[in-house]
Design a protein around this ligand. Structure first.
Ligand code: UGA
Length: 434
């Protein structure tokens, strides 16, 4: 089987490298020739632990290559994984134009049977449109199949998620498609879940929205903890020990971000509403998430009162650790609000600085980027922690305290122990606990 992976974003790069690692011959393709040029010269366009090594090893073994020539790549492929972006329209719905473009390219190059696999997150019923588009534009009477194989990769652990999946959803409508796709994932036989295509498409949106709901739920509970003596970490632990609930994704904080949850929950709301389903449960989860920014700003004001000209260190810009991704990161809205209030910001992130500079250009004395958390903290009136990078847990807090103008820490991710911080002489604020 020759496999083409169209789109070399997070999903495409990991899928291409992962499928090659499973022993398949894979070509990753993207219409962005410059990007392909960089990949071919060994520059991985994203920061994802383990990905560089996986790509290098499989390119070296001759199983993986990349190309910007989409037509020949599609013609040559037996199976085409579609991994292009499905960004968000202003109304929350997914912009499917890139999927349509690829469908038309596939139609142009359909000279023998091919299996087209949707990997990008798409609204339920998208396969119907891909099938129709290919059917309308194909130039020969060649048969083809569509399948849905949603990805469940988490940024920061995407390689390991690909190679050690909890489940692999295979949404198909023919035996031929089922056999091909199950064959590709033969190594994970016991993890395969075969469904129809609508079901597979919906499993993806339903999973992400449920996880987002879980986070908003614990954030809601943390609001109650803040007004009482309850401790949200212990509430989550106590809840999570019930296997029906489970402890994961019950970490209270500044809210979920990234390219998936915020977009997917809005997309599912739109899908449901278009079908006449009342989606207020998910709308409320999304609103609770949005409200986290206000909560953080309130905490900063509780500590500093007037924010104008106050120096604030911000540690952590990425939407979560182990990634340079800042898409929909809560840090963006928090920084925007602090800038609006006239605060002077000193920012640090181990990986995401370059990306954040594209959103907020450095401005001496007002918004600056630093190469270490210690430099960022120098002379500040408060330190705001927004991403739980491991290196922050190991900070030499004595050293930090020595350089800060006021030893105040606002910990948006609950990475420090309140008692220990207070013992060190910090005024310490965290989420849902005293
Ligand atoms: C998410 C899903 O976890 C993946 O299964 C899915 O494949 C992916 O979306 C996708 O659709 O492509 P990802 O966005 O990479 O993965 O990141 P998560 O680890 O799920 O975290 C999302 C956000 O939730 C982060 O901002 C994180 O800080 C926040 N979060 C997570 C919490 O606030 N609390 C938690 O307990 C867990």
């Amino acid at each position: 089987m020759k496999i083409a992976v169209i789109g070399t974003g997070y999903v495409g790069m990991v899928t291409a490298a992962g499928l090659a690692e499973l022993g398949h011959r894979v070509i990753g393709a993207d219409k962005d020739g410059e990007k392909i040029g960089r990949i071919l010269s060994g520059v991985v366009p994203i920061y994802e632990p383990g990905l560089d090594e996986l790509l290098a090893a499989n390119i070296q073994k001759g199983r993986l290559s990349f190309s910007a020539e989409l037509n020949p790549v599609i013609r040559d492929a037996d199976v085409i994984f579609v991994c292009v972006g499905t960004p968000q329209h202003a109304d929350g719905s997914a912009d499917m134009s890139q999927i349509e473009e690829v469908s038309r390219l596939i139609a142009d190059n359909l000279d023998r049977y091919k299996l087209v696999v949707e990997k990008s997150t798409v609204p339920v019923k998208t396969s119907h449109w891909i099938k129709r588009t290919i059917g309308l534009h194909k130039k020969t009477d060649t048969a083809f199949d569509i399948a849905s194989n949603p990805e469940f990769l988490r940024e920061g652990s995407a390689v390991s998620d690909f190679l050690h999946p909890d489940r692999i959803i295979v949404g198909v409508e023919t035996d031929r498609a089922r056999d091909i796709l199950c064959g590709i994932y033969g190594r994970f036989k016991d993890r395969l879940v075969v469904t129809n295509i609508d079901t597979a498409e919906l499993i993806k949106h339903a999973s992400n929205s449920f996880l987002a709901l879980k986070i908003s739920y614990i954030n809601l509970i943390s609001n109650i903890c803040e007004k009482t003596d309850a401790n949200v970490e212990q509430v989550a632990e106590g809840m999570g020990l019930d296997p029906r609930i489970g402890g994961r994704f019950l970490k209270a904080g500044i809210g979920y971000g990234g390219s998936c949850f915020p977009k997917d929950i809005k997309a599912l709301v739109k899908i449901g509403e278009d079908l006449g389903v009342d989606m207020s449960l998910l709308k409320e989860a999304d609103r609770i998430n949005f409200d986290r920014v206000r909560l953080v700003i309130e905490k900063v004001k509780q500590a500093l009162w007037i924010l104008k000209d106050k120096r604030i260190a911000i540690l952590g810009l990425a939407f979560k650790p182990e990634t340079d991704d800042i898409r929909e990161a809560p840090s963006i809205n928090i920084i925007r609000e602090l800038v609006r209030e006239g605060a002077r910001l000193r920012l640090y992130d181990p990986q995401a600085t370059d990306n954040m500079k594209l959103v907020f250009s450095p401005e001496p004395g007002r918004l600056e980027y630093f190469a270490s958390p210690y430099l960022a903290a120098e002379g500040t009136n408060a330190l705001l922690l927004l991403t739980e990078w491991e290196e922050f847990a190991g900070l030499e807090l004595d050293k930090i305290k020595g350089t800060m103008a006021n030893p105040i820490i606002i910990d948006g991710r609950n990475i420090f122990a309140p008692a220990a911080l207070r013992k060190l002489g910090f005024e310490y604020y965290s989420i849902g606990r005293k």
